[in-house]
Design a protein around this ligand. Structure first.
Ligand SMILES: NC(=O)c1ccc[n+]([C@@H]2O[C@H](COP(=O)([O-])OP(=O)(O)OC[C@H]3O[C@@H](n4cnc5c(N)ncnc54)[C@H](OP(=O)(O)O)[C@@H]3O)[C@@H](O)[C@H]2O)c1
Length: 329
């Protein structure tokens, strides 16, 4: 039997690198297209690598030539223009086109929980999810009226060992180790969803190898419900420190650290619970395996293995000092 021919746009990022490793384990014929600039997660043996900037359409078309694929997965579509270019490029040349979208397109606060694929989607008030939603709309139209074989896959919050999955990143651990508290938004009890990239990759590979999902949208998220405090507790435990936390409202944090305001205020402050029945129906063997306690240990091992990875954001550190000092913690 011919091996499945798969093209990834992207391939060395958080999600895509894990997917590269997982897809190779399924013995697919895998090609990735990147600019060749990101080297933190190098490509393993057995992957064909093409180099082009996907936003440079002539260059992308030149490296792709007249090749056809069974599946194209776009990990780097962020604007309607990005995906319109793909509809033009890959129409008639792929049996399935998978757009990696985000759970942040679901309305916040969720009108009802748990979130299922038919839950309300709306402009959530900041650029990233709004643009992803517009991408989904372009692709849904292309599926309905142009026979473009779209699958929309929504990830929630995905991390690997190189990512501390909060907005402050390593500054969190550095502050604890310096005996200082960390600021967590709200009262720390809103529910969040963290999925290890290896688990995301297992879900995506299962979907594609099983040949499922054209015309569908599906989210691939964790079954684990975590509060933001619990996320910080796991990180602290893995770092071998007491989790000193001070709670401040999303508004107060946003006033001091402007770039955090929209993400906290429009997204992280709201509880999310996802229903994963659909991905499990499409991929019966899918079940997330990495609890965040384990993910946190892998993160700390990676950061502690090389001090050059431990970058403190001086602005966030100073802003946390201010937020902590404004009132008693
Ligand atoms: N992380 C999350 O929590 C999360 C949650 C929901 C959805 N998502 C979605 O997941 C996707 C991100 O996947 P990821 O984590 O693998 O990405 P990533 O970490 O941002 O990595 C981007 C990858 O694409 C390549 N790339 C970037 N710009 C390019 C360009 N103009 N032309 C060609 N290649 C380019 C990069 O390599 P070069 O730099 O070498 O080009 C790299 O391989 C996005 O669609 C995002 O919306 C992520």
């Amino acid at each position: 039997m011919n091996r499945l021919r798969v093209l990834f746009l992207g391939g060395t990022g958080v999600l895509s690198a894990a997917c590269v490793r997982e897809f190779l384990a399924w013995d697919v014929d895998l090609t990735v297209l990147t600019r060749g600039r990101t080297h933190l997660r190098p490509l393993p043996e057995g992957v064909r690598s093409l180099t082009a900037d996907v936003r440079d359409d002539p260059a992308t078309r030149a490296v792709l030539g007249d090749e056809t694929f069974d599946v194209v997965v776009n990990f780097i579509g962020y604007t309607p223009e990005d995906v319109r270019a793909d509809v033009a490029r890959f129409g008639g040349r792929t049996g399935q086109y998978v757009f990696i979208s985000t759970g942040s397109v679901y309305a916040r606060p969720a009108p009802s929980l748990p979130i299922v694929e038919s839950s309300a989607r709306r402009n959530n008030g900041f650029e990233y999810p709004t643009q992803k939603l517009r991408c989904e709309e372009v692709l849904e139209q292309a599926y309905r009226y142009e026979d473009f074989p779209v699958t929309i896959v929504r990830a929630a919050h995905v991390y690997d060992e190189m990512v501390i999955p909060n907005l402050a990143g390593w500054t969190t651990v550095a502050r604890w180790r310096a005996g200082k508290p960390v600021v967590v938004h709200g009262d720390g009890t809103s529910l969040w969803n963290l999925l290890h990239a290896r688990d995301f990759a297992r879900g995506l590979a299962g979907l594609i190898v099983n040949g499922r999902g054209v015309g569908e949208s599906v989210h691939i998220t964790s079954d684990e419900l975590l509060t933001w405090d619990e996320i910080h507790f796991s990180l602290a435990r893995a770092a071998g420190v007491e989790p000193r936390i001070v709670h401040r409202s999303s508004e107060d944090i946003g006033r001091v650290i402007a770039w955090m305001g929209p993400v906290l205020g429009e997204d992280f402050r709201h509880s999310v619970i996802y229903d994963n029945s659909k991905i499990k129906r499409l991929v019966p063997e899918f079940s997330p395996r990495v609890p965040f306690t384990q993910g946190a240990r892998e993160i700390l091992e990676w950061f502690d293995a090389d001090p050059s990875r431990q970058r403190v954001d001086g602005d966030v550190d100073a802003a946390f000092d201010r937020l902590v000092g404004d009132r008693d913690g």
